[in-house]
Design a protein around this ligand. Structure first.
Ligand code: PSU
Ligand code: MN
Length: 303
């Protein structure tokens, strides 16, 4: 049988047996973190998903093939690769048809996960409405994908480099539920608080699984965003991170950074300005999201 994607043997077996599977993205590896921390993060997160009873499925396009689940050697090759495309809905199929290698953003990872029948996905933070989007029109395709593809995305909210208020407004307009996991205020990626009230609060993985099943049974399409605050001991207070974000945004504007390059540039600049603290928090929040995603996948698999 030919597939539009290639599952690894471990992922294919887990899916065939109805065992819990958690999708993981690859843009965070190629464009979100520096070598070699990116590889250590990716390996660590895969191990954590397994320890929590689920099969990890890192999604990427390699030489024109959508891969769902990677062997360790491929993970290492990806983490070291240069000139990797950053793929979203607009260019996922281009990379396949042209035989290119590209990492998948939240939007493209959701498409790959859904193709393979994976219902939950762990990332760091989604893309969203950039500050001053009223002039740049820069709004991540992640938001539209959440509105149309039925995958639960576990995040620490949207990245705080964005306009968070506008981002959550757009999600509400598009009918995407934003669920605060055990919090009354939505997290802001590197910090636990954003000043924005949680629209829907749920405190356990079973309630989240049941909510998504109910949406599907009512014919309401699309995914949902779970906003999971990072553990308090790893957060950077919003004043401190806010200063580095403002500086990075000013530098980006001076350097004329635009479009797809914006988010990777800002993450790298904040890493430099914070002397690596932003990366340490970023890794911890992804780990926390992977743990929760494994619990949700387990709840979904139980019926
Ligand atoms: N989470 C992280 N680091 C990242 C990303 C998420 O901790 O680099 C990536 C995701 O792939 C997300 C992308 O889809 O950043 C957003 O890119 P853009 O703003 O260009 O849509
Ligand atoms: Mn953009």
């Amino acid at each position: 049988m030919t597939h539009s994607y290639r599952p690894s043997p471990a992922v294919a077996a887990a899916l065939a047996e109805g065992r819990p599977v958690v999708a993981l993205e690859s843009t965070i590896i190629t464009h979100g973190m520096p070598w070699p921390d990116n590889l250590a993060m990716a390996r660590g997160v895969e191990a954590l998903v397994r320890e929590n009873g689920a099969e990890p499925a890192t999604i990427v396009v390699m030489d024109g093939e959508i891969r769902v689940g990677l062997e360790d050697a491929d993970l290492e090759r990806l983490a070291q690769a240069r000139d990797v495309l950053k793929l979203s809905r607009a260019d996922l199929a281009y990379a396949v048809s042209a035989g290119r290698t590209g990492s998948t953003t939240v939007a493209a990872t959701m498409i790959g996960a859904h193709l393979a029948g994976i219902r939950v996905f762990a990332t760091g933070g989604i893309g969203g409405v950039h500050r001053e989007a009223e002039t740049s029109f820069d709004i991540s395709a992640d938001l539209d994908e959440l509105a149309r593809t039925p995958v639960i995305v576990v995040s620490a909210g949207a990245k705080a480099i964005l306009d968070l208020k506008k981002t959550f407004e757009v999600l509400e307009t598009k009918g995407v539920p934003v669920v605060g996991y055990g919090c009354d205020e939505l997290p802001a990626f590197w910090s636990r608080d954003s000043g924005i009230a949680t629209p829907i609060r749920l405190d356990d993985a079973y309630a989240i699984a049941s909510f998504q099943k109910t949406r599907l049974s009512l014919g309401i399409e699309g995914g949902m965003l779970i906003a999971n605050p990072l553990p308090a001991e790893h957060e950077i207070d919003s004043g401190t991170i806010g200063g580095w974000i403002d500086q990075a945004l000013a530098d980006a504007s001076r350097a004329g950074i635009l479009g797809k390059a914006t988010t990777p540039y800002l993450l790298k600049r904040i890493f430099e300005l914070s002397d690596g603290r932003s990366l340490a928090s970023n890794i911890e929040l992804v780990r926390s999201n992977a743990r929760l995603a494994a619990a949700i996948a387990t709840a979904l698999a139980k019926g």
